[in-house]
Structure formats: C-alpha cells, structure tokens
Design a protein around this ligand. Structure first.
Ligand code: SF4
Ligand code: SF4
Length: 167
C-alpha cells in the first residue's frame, strides 16, 4: 500500500492550507521554547510512515534552485557544457535564481519516481524539505507555509506539531 496518496493530499490541502498557515503564523509570533524539539520528534514520526518514492510531488510541481556548483557538477556528468545545460533546461527567475523551465523536472522518471541524476542532484533537492536545516522561526516560516501545499511530509509535520501543541 503506497504511503502517499497524492489525489487525497491535494483534496485535503485545498481545504486545510489556510488554517494551517494561520497556525504557522501564530507559531512565528508565539514560539514555544521547545518548538525545535517537538518538530524533531514529529519529523521522525513523519518519515517513519512516508516514502518519497510513493510521492515525488516536489519533482513534479516545484523546481530546485541550481547553484553554480550544481550546474558545473550536473553538466559535467551529462557531458554537456554549462552553457548548453543552462540553455537546454534552465531559466533565471525574477530573483536571479536558475530554475527548471519545465515541470515535472526533466530528470524525474515519472514511472518509477526515481531521479535520473540522483548522485549529482542539486543540493536543494538533497536537502528538501529542509525540516532539519531550517528552523521554524521568522527567517524560515515562509518556507513551511509554502511547502505544506506541495509536500505531504511538511503537511504531516505541521499537523503533528499542531496536535502536540494542542492549538
Ligand atoms: S520531499 Fe515531500 S514532496 Fe518530495 S517526494 Fe518527499 S514527501 Fe513528496
Ligand atoms: S533533479 Fe532529481 S531530485 Fe531534483 S527535482 Fe529533478 S528529479 Fe527531483
């Protein structure tokens, strides 16, 4: 049985994203002292029952940001020049970041949900959804608010924290 049902996730998030974002806004202004500990516990619980290979929604609906180092490493692996790689697959968004032209990501095998460049994938992909790296504070709460709409793991994380805090 798959650990993620994207159809049901999309239906639920449509209804729940506004109250969940409101909850995160509340957390941003009134941070419990042990929030990061609670988050770590919830994060562990989330990954114990979720397999990204049942999902790949990030690769299907979002783009990683490619650093110069990512572009150098991946283009070398593909036997392309960095320029050829950028011209074929990427564009600069309004903030100047290099991101994918197309969705799903050109490197996703949509039958298996595997990444065709897994060993050299962008650092952004390797760290996504960044639960361990980005604190739930004013600097990064916007990331949780955004990602909960696309990532079932972040959605479950926020629900679990909410339940633990009893807000
Ligand atoms: S990181 Fe999130 S969106 Fe990406 S595959 Fe895993 S659960 Fe799905
Ligand atoms: S590079 Fe790989 S991990 Fe990153 S979005 Fe594309 S398919 Fe997903």
């Amino acid at each position: 049985m798959p650990t993620v049902n994207l159809t049901s996730f999309k239906r639920k998030i449509k209804k729940e994203k506004t109250p969940l974002r409101r909850f995160l806004a509340k957390l941003e202004t009134r941070q419990p002292k042990n929030l990061e500990e609670i988050k770590a516990l919830s994060d562990k619980e989330v990954w114990a029952s979720l397999d990204c290979l049942d999902c790949a929604n990030c690769c299907k609906t979002m783009s990683p940001t490619y650093t110069g180092e990512d572009i150098r490493r991946i283009s070398k692996q593909l036997g392309m020049s960095q320029r050829e790689f950028r011209e074929k697959w990427l564009y600069k968004d309004r903030t100047g970041d290099w991101i994918n032209k197309k969705q799903p990501c050109q490197f996703l095998d949509t039958k298996t949900n595997l990444c065709n460049i897994y060993a050299v994938r962008p650092r952004d992909c390797a760290g996504f959804p960044h639960h361990n790296l980005k604190k739930m504070n004013a600097d990064y709460m916007h990331m949780y608010k955004q990602n909960l709409e696309y990532c079932p793991a972040t959605y479950r994380l926020v629900i679990s924290i909410n339940e633990k805090l009893g807000y």
